[in-house]
Design a binder for this molecule. Structure first.
Ligand code: F6P
Length: 543
């Protein structure tokens, strides 16, 4: 029996049809203590979920659904390192990476020693590079590190290092991901072979995007370095689950960091894939990030369902998607340091739950993952918010903002503390104004200016649900908490939908066909069996 025909699902459906699906958010706010009732705080993270179209009854029914789907036992199975990734026959132990040997059981406990040994090797590299003791071929210290990776081997380190930009580092970090070579050629023009180190980051070590960029980087180094051994040992580090393939490529053992197949690509920033993060904030900062995530893991494992932040966020998304028929979600950080957070969450959420087949391999008959996108909120206000306010699509939004900007005082590069703090106040005012208008619609218009809005073109329907997440500051710890929250919330949704969030078969076919297509670009006769559109496009390229 699928979840849709279960009693808990049907109870929610009935609750929705009997009026809960129709109530406008502004009516729900007649309850004076609503913000207090529908918010929760954990350490440095505060979640206000009151601007969702839920009542206490809705939440009770959602918790019944979670219990019916055995969510508590799934959470334990995940955290204990049981085989939750059925199609790839392995556990998903990203939480084990940040446990620091504490409070874990089963398989998650047995891998703690391996994790610590690898982190010690990584710490050695990090301190050598940051101390200027890792030298290039001419004896000069490394000043620039370029991470070459894509997807999970790029986005996590890119997002974190950008978010933590105010923490001073002796190393300049750069990222190359796209297969087309533009980023590589632009970046290499600015760098110096003598002082540049490349991190070749690939879980599978077969990703053509990464390997082709690495070959281009190698060619660039060869312009100045004659000895291949020197080139590889002083200018390349590898991070992968495949040490033998790193060796084959030429990366010496001492320059290799490994991780394990039980770390999903989109969950890998907690592993040695996080090397650029540690180069940016130091190994202590990296461990702070792990500790932040671990705070969320232990909350996820122990808090009752009705106070459990990832559980609440996941269940409310299920309510929005499956009962209110809202199929899009916007991620809206109100701090430009979080510029890459939407892209990071796009991979995390859509690669995990963008599935239409359940764990038994049967087609599901209900909606799963929404379309997720986002942008730095203050910029998006001047771009796509029009659709949020007056479009025909219902969209749920996650507003994310820091309470304090503790970075301004330390990094006075321009302006005064006052002027920058004033700007932070403005950003927060915009963040809270937007979620309020999206929720209330016309009801947000002050009485004194109502007349000015007396036009169908100036009508704001409101009723767009949102969460607001406030972080005390932007720090390794709070970012660790935030990312772990989204990982677990995504897992909660997968349990309700009965799908495996840890595989990604959908991306495999495209990779395979790209190889075949490349062969046809090299030898047009191999395109004979292709459709006419692809044949035509190939012809134009070959010409
Ligand atoms: O194409 C998708 C994907 O498989 C992601 O899951 C992964 O993060 C990315 O490619 C990169 O893979 P790899 O780290 O093996 O190079």
């Amino acid at each position: 029996m699928g979840v849709e025909s279960s009693s808990a699902w049907r109870a929610l459906k009935q609750h929705c049809q009997q009026g809960a699906g129709e109530v406008h958010l502004k009516t729900l706010f007649d309850q004076k203590n609503r913000a207090e009732v529908f918010s929760v705080e954990l350490d440095d993270l505060f979640l206000d979920y009151s601007k969702n179209r839920v009542t206490e009854e809705t939440l009770k029914l959602l918790i019944d659904l979670a219990e019916q789907q055995a969510l508590p036992s799934w959470i334990q199975r995940l955290l204990d390192g049981e085989q939750v990734n059925d199609t790839e026959e392995r556990p998903a132990m990203h939480a084990a990476l940040r446990a620091g040997g504490q409070g874990v059981k089963g398989e998650a406990l047995s891998v703690q020693k391996d994790i610590e040994l690898e982190f010690e090797k990584m710490a050695g590299m990090v301190s050598k590079i940051r101390a200027g003791q890792w030298r290039g071929f001419s004896g000069k210290p490394i000043t620039d590190v370029v991470n070459i990776g894509v997807g999970g081997s790029d986005l996590g380190p890119l997002m974190m290092t950008h978010a933590l930009q105010n923490i001073k580092s002796p190393i300049d970090l750069h990222f190359i991901s796209s297969i087309d070579g533009t980023q590589t050629s632009n970046l290499l023009k600015k760098l110096n072979q003598e002082t540049t180190l490349f991190v070749l980051a690939s879980k599978s070590f077969t990703t053509i995007d990464t390997l082709s960029n690495a070959e281009t980087a190698k060619d660039w180094l060869e312009e100045k370095i004659e000895d291949p051994q020197t080139l590889l040992s002083q200018h390349f580090v590898g991070v992968s689950t495949k040490p033998e393939m790193m060796t084959q490529w030429g990366i010496p053992h001492d320059n290799q960091l490994v991780f394990w197949d039980w770390v999903g690509g989109r969950y890998s920033l907690w592993s040695t894939i996080g090397l650029p993060i540690a180069l940016k904030v130091g190994m202590d900062g990296f461990r702070e990030m792990l500790q932040g995530a671990n705070i969320m893991d232990s909350h996820f494992g122990h808090a009752p369902l009705d106070q459990n932040i990832p559980v609440l966020m996941g269940l409310i998304d299920v309510w929005n998607i499956n009962f209110l028929d809202i199929q899009a979600k916007a991620i809206l950080p109100y701090d430009a340091r979080l510029k890459y957070l939407p892209s990071y969450f796009e991979q995390l959420v859509m690669e995990s739950n963008g599935k239409s087949v359940n764990r038994e391999g049967e087609a599901v008959t209900y909606k799963t993952c929404p379309i997720l996108w986002g942008e730095v909120g203050p910029n998006a206000q001047h771009a796509f918010y029009q659709l949020l306010h007056q479009g025909t699509q219902a969209v749920m939004c996650d507003f994310i903002a820091p309470v304090e900007r503790d970075d301004f005082d330390r990094s006075r590069t321009f302006g005064t503390d006052e002027s920058l703090h004033y700007q932070h106040e403005l950003a927060m005012a915009n963040c809270f104004a937007q979620s309020r208008v999206l929720m209330l619609g016309d009801a947000a218009i002050p009485e004194s200016i109502k007349q000015q809005f007396d036009s169908p073109f100036k009508h704001y329907p409101g009723n767009q649900p949102s969460n607001t997440i406030l972080l005390k500051t932007i720090s390794p710890k709070t970012l660790g908490m935030l990312v772990a929250l989204y990982e677990h919330k995504t897992f909660v949704e997968s349990v309700i939908w009965e799908i495996n969030p840890f595989d990604q078969w959908g991306v495999e076919l495209g990779k395979l066909i790209a190889k075949e297509t490349h062969a046809a670009i090299k030898d047009e006769s191999r395109a004979d069996s292709f459709d006419s559109s692809t044949q035509n496009l190939i012809k134009r390229i070959v010409k």
